[in-house]
Design a binder for this molecule. Structure first.
Ligand code: GUN
Length: 298
């Protein structure tokens, strides 16, 4: 058997088309354009490339986009003042501070300074709390877990009553996706288990999973024989395992051996082209959502 491919690239395209229409309607009906600021501190090449893609996507959707680049010598106090400026700017609905930050700046302090109602990354403790409560409390879901859930829904995977096993317990992926899948609602109502480095029987847990979400950052951690035949496999791992001699680009591999796993799984995400492309789409969705909240609050 060969699994159906869940293409993040394709799903992202559909979501961005939907959002583009929403943005045009919002502008026509309310005169409001979603505003997103991306703050980049320093010159980390990977961060520069992520931020470029975020800006390009925002522009394509018709957002107001501000790219605020700061030297890596900026003080923590000045960065906090800058965030405060955008917190008070009514044309800005989303504030994103690209991580990592230089060592002399406390990430937590910076992320906590963002107005939770403009926190389109969904990293602020207030938004983590809202996620835990669920339902109408939720304003912004963190982008990678939101992208995973969207792929599960749009691939037609049944989640109600399903056994979901999440490999990895990070604050950005493992913990939030496990909570989201167990909530009441569409694409949820599942029984979730989080497994991690101290789990006694990793293999046994994985073998039970109707939906296996792997976010460990260890290439090939999940063995193909651990996959339940017909399961949906979501591979969040993006591991640089070498450099292509032909293109000079990084060779990326997931946490699952895709070629073997696709012969066992029912549905599977590739790496690259799986979860990765979804994250920016969900950031855009959160920014549109934030603009909608601002219109409702007028
Ligand atoms: N750095 C790498 N990924 C992310 C992300 O999703 N959000 C932010 N703010 N920084 C990142």
């Amino acid at each position: 058997m060969t699994a159906d491919l869940i293409s993040g690239t394709e799903i992202r395209k559909t979501i961005l088309e939907e959002l583009k229409k929403e943005v045009a309607d919002m502008k026509a009906q309310h005169g409001t354009v979603p505003g997103l600021v991306t703050i980049l501190v320093g010159e980390n090449p990977a961060s520069q490339s992520y931020v470029r893609l975020k800006i390009k996507t925002a522009e394509e959707l018709g957002f107001k986009e501000i790219q605020d680049n700061q030297a890596d010598t900026i003080s923590e106090a000045d960065l906090l003042t800058l965030i405060d400026k955008y917190n008070n700017d009514p044309e800005i609905h989303g504030i994103l501070v690209q991580l990592p930050l230089p060592d002399h700046i406390d990430d937590k302090k910076v992320l906590n300074a963002i107005d939770p109602d403009k926190d389109v990354d969904g990293f602020h403790p207030v938004n983590v709390g809202r996620l835990m409560i669920g339902g109408s409390e939720v304003k912004f879901l963190p982008c990678t877990p939101a992208g995973i859930q969207e792929m599960i829904i749009r691939s037609g995977t049944e989640t109600s009553g399903a056994e979901v096993v999440v490999v990895g317990r990070s604050n950005i992926v493992g913990k939030p996706i496990a909570v989201m899948m167990a909530q009441k609602g569409e694409g949820a109502n599942a029984t979730t288990t989080i497994v991690h480095t101290r789990t006694k029987d990793l293999e046994g847990h994985c073998k039970r999973a109707d939906i296996l979400i792997v976010a460990a950052g260890v290439p090939g951690l999940v063995k193909p024989e651990w996959i339940k035949p017909g399961a949906t496999v979501i591979d969040v791992g993006v591991n640089r395992v070498g450099t292509s001699e032909k293109t000079g680009k990084a060779i990326l591999k997931g946490d699952v051996d895709f070629d073997k796993a696709k012969e066992i799984a029912g549905k599977i995400t590739p790496v690259p082209g799986g979860v990765g492309p979804m994250t920016i789409a969900m950031l855009m969705k959160n920014t549109v959502q934030s603009a909608k909240f601002a219109i409702e609050a007028k």
